[in-house]
Design a protein around this ligand. Structure first.
Ligand SMILES: [Zn+2]
Length: 339
């Protein structure tokens, strides 16, 4: 059964299956939630269910010609649009109006060989304003026998008029156990090797996202997280030089600062957890427990909470384009006050 390929996401699966059983399928969906939690997979499975020659329109069978063609992206009534970079060096990928217009032309016609045309627009927030305005017309007058699925990790970046025309379904970060199951399968099929201790660590640190769990270079981040722990431990009014040195190295990596600060936030969080209940199982950076325990012994809980707050406020400030160097200096001064 096709929907059973999606691990976790019980609520979205329940909503979709119920809708398929009732037969009252909306013209447009918005699947939203963090990256890499199964939104696109669910959209593809919905397309299969709607067109399956064996168990449709309630579920896909994975074996009939229609299901296979959708899996292979060769079905003439299945369209998947993804953002593209204008050049290999371009920073952001976008969905351009040309791609949207081409899709709109294809949606005019009735299904060629299936029951329902399905158009998935992945990372729909990457539509530029012209593309979004043009696509709004399609949502206002939806073509017959067509289901449109917008996928977005940052739905607040979409035009509100687009969102209001879709039925929204939220996807949540996956549980650690679910991530473990998914990456065990993927790592075994890719490398034939899935070491249990590393799997646990990958899943713990993934923030519920499969790609993050798969792609992380554990060795590299362990060294780098060790440096961050050193800062939490040592930065003080007397040792602000350590903070300045760190800012010189990382302060200019503006595209990575948010994820670096996420790491810092996780580490302070873990030290606070160790401080309160001393339960190493509850922390995300288990491989660094020995270092984090040192921090937990050295700092008061109030100091750790103040640090957590300082990092969080810096993240928000940077999101609103505050000056990186000044924000980071301010964050470390807060660390000194908390120490
Ligand atoms: Zn099928």
């Amino acid at each position: 059964m096709s929907f059973s390929r999606i691990l976790g996401q019980d609520r979205p699966k329940h909503i979709l299956k119920k809708t398929l059983r009732n037969g009252c399928i909306p013209h447009a969906y918005l699947f939203y939630g963090q990256e890499s939690v199964g939104k696109k997979l669910a959209a593809v499975e919905l397309a299969k269910a709607l067109n399956c020659e064996v168990s449709g329109p309630v579920d896909g069978c994975d074996g009939c010609p229609s299901c296979r063609k959708i899996d292979e992206r060769t079905h003439p009534d299945f369209f998947l649009l993804e953002p593209e970079k204008s050049s290999p060096s371009a920073r952001d990928a976008i969905l351009k109006i040309d791609a949207i217009r081409e899709l709109q032309k294809k949606l005019i016609y009735l299904p060629y060989e299936g029951q329902t045309k399905v158009a998935i627009i992945d990372s729909a927030e990457c539509m530029n304003p012209q593309a979004a305005n043009s696509f709004l017309k399609t949502l206002e007058e939806p073509p017959s026998k067509t289901i449109i699925i917008l996928i977005a990790s940052n739905p607040y970046q979409l035009l509100p008029t687009l969102v209001s025309r879709c039925q929204s379904i939220r996807f949540y970060p996956l549980a650690v156990e679910t991530i473990k199951k998914i990456i065990t399968k993927q790592l075994e099929s890719e490398t034939g090797d899935a070491q249990p201790e590393l799997l646990e660590l990958r899943a713990q640190r993934s923030m519920g996202q499969v790609a993050r769990a798969m792609e992380e270079d554990l060795l590299k981040t362990s060294e780098y997280r060790g440096d961050l722990i050193g800062l939490i431990e040592q930065v003080s009014f007397k040792r602000m030089d350590l903070a300045f040195q760190w800012i010189r190295t990382y302060g200019r990596k503006t595209d990575r600062l948010q994820s670096i600060l996420d790491e810092l936030l996780n580490l302070v969080h873990d030290a606070a957890v160790l401080k309160t209940n001393r339960n190493p199982r509850a922390i995300q950076n288990k491989d660094l427990t020995h270092l984090l325990e040192k921090v937990a012994n050295q700092k008061s809980l109030a100091a750790l909470l103040d640090m957590f707050d300082a990092v969080h406020r810096t993240k928000v400030a940077l999101k609103y384009n505050a000056n990186a160097q000044l924000s980071l200096e301010n964050m470390f001064l807060n660390f000194c006050e908390a120490a």
